[in-house]
Design a protein around this ligand. Structure first.
Ligand code: CO
Length: 137
């Protein structure tokens, strides 16, 4: 496993506008990207830049969204996952599979337009972990 940089911390929220206000007013964030929808994942996504990584705000689009289930347990939202970059997504996936760690679904294109997959928190020290191929550009 070649561990790359921490790309982002995923944060579930019932309201992206309320969370953006928090990150701007309390945390001093100055760069907030335009929100967009990922229909297949049932989420609206908004990236907030920090000097060395991003915060990925995730708001459910509907009740069947996986973020809706998270918000049922944590109504005010909270930390949802960590995302680390790797140089080669297929190599990384094969390694996790070879270790018997549970990968959640197929490798797919993530919010940054590069391939990603998720590894089950119970096999990752309690942390839902997103593995993302480092953007080429
Ligand atoms: Co993410």
């Amino acid at each position: 496993m070649k561990l790359g940089r921490l790309n982002h911390v995923g944060v579930a929220t019932p309201s992206i506008p309320d969370s953006v206000a928090f990150w701007r007013e309390v945390m001093g964030a100055t760069t907030v990207h335009d929100p967009f929808e990922m229909e297949e994942q049932g989420v609206r996504v908004c990236f907030v830049d920090t000097p060395n990584a991003q915060i990925e705000l995730l708001e459910p689009l509907h009740a069947e969204s996986p973020i809706s289930a998270f918000l049922e347990k944590n109504p005010k939202g909270g930390q949802h996952h960590l995302c680390f970059e790797v140089p080669d997504i297929e190599v990384a996936r094969a390694e996790f599979e070879g270790q018997g760690r549970r990968i959640l679904g197929p490798t797919r294109i993530g919010a940054h337009g590069t391939p990603i997959f998720f590894v089950h928190p119970k096999d990752m020290g309690g942390i839902l972990t997103e593995i993302m191929e480092t953007p080429k550009a």
